[in-house]
Write a protein that binds this ligand. Sequence first.
Ligand code: ADP
Ligand code: MG
Length: 364
Amino acid sequence: MSAGALRLERVTRRYDTGRAAVSGLTLEVDRGELVALVGASGSGKSTTLRMAAGYETPDEGRVLLDDRDITALPPQKRGFGMVFQHYALFPHMSVVENVAFGLEARGVKKAERLTRARAALASVGLGDKSQRPVQALSGGEQQRVALARALVIEPPVLLLDEPLSNLDPTLRESTRDELRQMLRRLHVTALFVTHDQEDAFAIADRVALLRDGELLQVGSPEDLYHRPGSRAVAEFIGRASLLPARDDGTDALVRAGERELRVPVVRQDRNEATARGGAGRGAAKPAEPMVVLRPESLEFAPADSAEGWRGTVLSRRFAGGITVYRVELEGGAEVEVTSWDGAVGAGENVVVKVGRGPVAMVLE
Ligand code: ADP
Ligand code: MG
């Protein structure tokens, strides 16, 4: 397969509204890499994907394929594979006909169309179902037909827009795993749009987080989770309580009520990976450091321990194995604590400490 490297360079797209749906976004997808573009609804994910595909022309910036400027190239000349939430398969056609269809438009002869369509179906594990009517397949299988249809043209880049959103939750997880395995095995360059952070984490090599048309951070799932570059990233990715801290240059000093504790922290380099957001925006007030406390990084300490913040359990939720406690610390901050001990009741006084890191420090 002819995988290429895709680069969006400072692309901006304004619709008639004037407000930029995507603003100065730079993103690279290396050859054979899987990048997930994640963000809330309306954050500009589909607009970004459409600019990559050529259905939307950026008002500013460039789109590059293997260092070639393709900004002005129409979609069919780019030849990218597309998979959408609604697969838009032709219901009256068989599975193999659906997959071969795109080759017809490209002038490929019938015998070769069928050979290539069967090969694409085999690559997504549907080799034995090629003659079936497409409607006789399950939702997950139809999604694989859509994938085969996108792959049969041997695209340099595959673009997927919420490809799992149409699937019910039970099917979704297995389809997600299959999708990941197939994309890896086939060594496809793929940009994958989802509003679901779990999907992004499960599939992607790198995750790009978009908010209001701006890229907040790009990195591995572990980077975004453990080393968020800003408060906005920390709050979007996973569950977190953010507490104000003092930075003594080495550790964070975090106060809740009377007790101030020393917390070792990891800091995000202010490098290119951190695009915008958080620190510096507006720059009206000096940036205030905050620690990002994840539920699994906190634990209960013995009641007489001085090595923790004092608090009161507000509520508890059994999560199968672990229990998640919502705790109000002295001073009023709320945190979540996970524990294997499910026997702590609402209203009980507890002591909470950082059990395992890394704990990230971000700037407000
Ligand atoms: P997402 O895919 O993340 O949900 P979109 O890229 O679809 O976000 O939309 C980003 C913003 O641009 C939204 O505010 C949306 O309303 C607006 N938008 C999207 N498409 C159009 C369009 N064709 N015309 C005008 N505004 C649009
Ligand atoms: Mg969208």
